[in-house]
Design a protein around this ligand. Structure first.
Ligand SMILES: [Zn+2]
Ligand SMILES: [Zn+2]
Length: 236
C-alpha cells in the first residue's frame, strides 16, 4: 500500500523524545512522505511542556518546509467521560488532536469505562484520531468504538509502535485483528501512525502494514495514501 503520511510523531517537546521539529520534518521528506503531523504530549504527561507550548503554533509556517506540515497534540484522556488536558482555546488554534489513554494519566477502568472514555473524547470536535485503541491495558468494546468513530468522523489508529517487538504496549498485536474486524464491519477509516519519538522512526508503519495485510483489511479504509483526504478530514 502506498503510504504518504504520518501524523503521530513526537519531538523533544515531549521530553522523552529526541529530535527537533526540523529533524522530524527532514526525515519525513527523506522517506518520501507528502504530509507530516507533529503531535507532542499534552501537559498531564510527566515532563511534558507547559500549555503555552501549544498556544503559539502560528509562528510555525506550514508552507515553509517543502512538505505539508500540520501541528497538533496527543491529548491525555483524564477521566471516563473522555475529558482531556488542554484548554479548548488552545486546541481551537491548532490543526488537529489525537486523544489517547496513557497509564501515567489515567488508571485503567472496566471495559465499559475505557470505551466510554474514548467515545467521550471523540465528542470534542478537534479530536480527529483515537491513538492506540488496542492497548490491552485498557480493554475496550471494539464494536462500539468503531461505530462511534464512524458516527463522530474520527479515525482509529493502527499504532506501529504498539505492534513492534519490545514496544511499550505489548499484546496490542494480538488485539489488532479485533480492532480491524470492527472497523471493517462499520466502514470505519483507520490511520497508521508511527508514534515516532525520534527521527529514525518517522513514517515507520511496517508492523501496522503487516497486520493490515494479514487481516485483509480493505485498503480504501486506510487513509495513509490520501494526504488530501486527511487535510479535508481534519478541516471538517
Ligand atoms: Zn500515546
Ligand atoms: Zn504518541
Amino acid at each position: 500500500m502506498t503510504d504518504l503520511l504520518d501524523v503521530h510523531t513526537h519531538t523533544i517537546a515531549s521530553v522523552h523524545a529526541y529530535s527537533t521539529l526540523r529533524e522530524m520534518i527532514t526525515a519525513a521528506k527523506e522517506k518520501g512522505l507528502k504530509l507530516i503531523g507533529i503531535s507532542d504530549h499534552a501537559p498531564s504527561m510527566p515532563g511534558a511542556f507547559h500549555e503555552f507550548y501549544f498556544c503559539n503554533f502560528k509562528v510555525i509556517r506550514r508552507d515553509a518546509y517543502g512538505i505539508d506540515l500540520i501541528m497538533g497534540v496527543e491529548l491525555n484522556i483524564i477521566d471516563f467521560a473522555g475529558s482531556t488536558d488542554l484548554r479548548q482555546e488552545f486546541l481551537d488554534r491548532m490543526d488537529y488532536a489525537i486523544a489517547s489513554l496513557h497509564d501515567p494519566c489515567i488508571r485503567p477502568g472496566t471495559r465499559e469505562q475505557n470505551t466510554a472514555a474514548l467515545i467521550g473524547a471523540m465528542k470534542n470536535p478537534k479530536v480527529k484520531i483515537i491513538g492506540h485503541p488496542d492497548n490491552p491495558k485498557y480493554p475496550v468494546d471494539f464494536d462500539a468504538l468503531a461505530q462511534a468513530a464512524k458516527e463522530n468522523h474520527v479515525l482509529l489508529e493502527c499504532n506501529n509502535s504498539s505492534y513492534m517487538p519490545g514496544g511499550s504496549r505489548q499484546g496490542s498485536r494480538e488485539l489488532a485483528g479485533e480492532l480491524l474486524a470492527a472497523c471493517k464491519k462499520h466502514g470505519t477509516m483507520v490511520i497508521m501512525g508511527s508514534d515516532a519519538h525520534i527521527d529514525l522512526d518517522v513514517g515507520n508503519h511496517a508492523c501496522a502494514q503487516e497486520l493490515i495485510k494479514k487481516y485483509q483489511f480493505p485498503e480504501e479504509l486506510v487513509i495513509n495514501n490520501r494526504p488530501e483526504l486527511l487535510k479535508e478530514w481534519i478541516a471538517q
